[in-house]
Design a protein around this ligand. Structure first.
Ligand SMILES: [Zn+2]
Length: 408
């Protein structure tokens, strides 16, 4: 691992030394100005390669040249040693087939050269967009929202823009945020195209994805009869993730999964009718996931993940109804303080997470939690009934017998 050096530091130190040591011979002075990097170029073949090329020269012999690069939101910098040709031209081809950089993210790179005087000089950084250029994207922009798509007509782009705008308005009912930074939405025409763009391929059931820190939402929506419903479902959900991040900053990453996904799912403009059925089925067979198990992350397999989204959506809806919309911000503020998943609920709503979970089940799903508990306690209750019926000595007899022979 390598921590990036701040660019310019070497140059700045060089210039300070120069000022202190005047007069210097011209050649020495030029050496202090470090390296010259020209003809800087990057060529992206998305999902395949990134080619970095540049011509690097210096007044002194160059001992070693390195290329350093990373995603702008990453902390790890990749370092590659380069072999320049006789004219100082360098070329490095990075294998991007593992999709380690998210699509449409920004990558920053710079060069470092060690000269024969032993000093290392760093070039100013250059940024470029790692765009998914496998498709011919079209763009429509209004206010700070841009929609990019490659399948479908003009009306498709306009409809997506409208759905995104409706999503932003809906979000404002929960969190008034200044809408002063750009949002970019990229709509793939099918789930395979979307998944092939995501690091590690993404979950196989996902039809939307957000990079909150970059202000980028990705979706898979096919042009056709169901496009409007899909746009008004997926886009507000993914935009909610971005806007939540903008409202919460880094504390976004401290929030429980059920809270983030619950809020995002609540802002979908169409209610997912399949969620109700999934909740009813799970409640009937006592198969709901305890909310405390949805704090860190959602299950990876599609069936459990679907139920987790259904629960989170219903859970947040219950909190909004029972405690008011304002309590959602109170909850996120509690988690921003670093409170645990359990304690955050207690602090914000005055009730432990488990109790809130039970109240939600009883109110929204009419699940008889007491009845379910009775079922679990049945063997003990039978024992209790026996205890009450058997006379005292009989009971003692029973216990002795149980202790002697009955223990497993
Ligand atoms: Zn989500």
């Amino acid at each position: 691992m390598f921590t990036p050096r701040r660019p310019f530091i070497h140059l700045a130190i060089g210039m300070a030394l120069l000022a202190a040591a005047l007069p210097l011979k011209l050649e020495q002075a030029r050496a202090q100005t470090g390296i010259v990097v020209e003809n800087i170029k990057t060529e992206v073949a998305f999902g395949r390669s990134i080619i970095f090329s540049a011509k690097i020269s210096a007044p002194l012999t160059i001992k070693q040249i390195s290329l350093l690069f990373r995603g702008v939101n990453e902390t790890v910098t990749r370092v590659e040693t380069l072999q320049p040709d006789a004219d100082g031209n360098t070329r490095f081809e990075y294998d991007a087939s593992q999709n380690v950089f998210p699509p449409f993210s920004k990558i920053v790179f710079w060069y470092q050269a060690t000269l024969e005087d032993g000093n290392t000089y760093t070039s100013p950084p250059t940024e470029f967009n790692y765009d998914d250029n496998r498709f011919a994207w079209r763009t429509i922009t209004r206010a700070n929202v841009s929609v990019h798509w490659y399948a479908g007509d003009d009306a498709f782009g306009s409809a997506a823009l409208d759905a995104a705008g409706a999503g932003v308005l809906a979000f404002n009912t929960l969190y008034p945020v200044a809408f002063d930074q750009p949002l970019n939405i990229y709509i793939y025409s099918n789930a395979d195209d979307l998944r092939s763009a995501l690091p590690l391929g993404g979950a196989d059931w996902a039809n939307g994805h957000a990079h909150p820190e970059s202000g980028i939402a990705l979706a898979a929506i096919a042009p056709g009869d169901s496009q409007k419903i899909e746009m008004e479902t997926i886009l507000p959900h993914e935009l909610a993730h971005i806007l939540l991040y903008r409202a919460l900053g880094q504390s976004y990453f401290q929030q429980p999964a059920w809270l983030l996904e619950g809020v995002a799912s609540n802002l979908e403009l169409y209610k997912n009718l399949g969620y109700d059925q999934a909740l009813r089925d799970a409640a009937a067979k006592d198969g709901l996931i305890p909310m405390r198990d949805l704090c860190a992350a959602f299950p990876a397999d599609s069936g459990s993940a679907y139920l987790a989204y259904a629960q989170a959506e219903s859970f947040i809806q219950y909190i909004r109804g029972a405690y008011g919309n304002g309590k959602i911000a109170t909850l996120t503020a509690a988690y921003a303080e670093g409170l645990t998943c359990e304690i955050g609920v207690t602090k914000a709503l005055g009730i432990p997470l488990n109790q809130l979970d039970q109240n939600w089940r009883e109110t929204e799903l009419h699940q008889n939690v007491f009845g379910a508990a009775l079922k679990t306690l049945a063997p003990y209750l039978a024992l209790m009934a026996l205890v009450l019926m058997v006379p005292l000595w009989g009971l003692i007899d029973f216990l002795i017998h149980k202790i002697r022979y009955g223990r497993k």
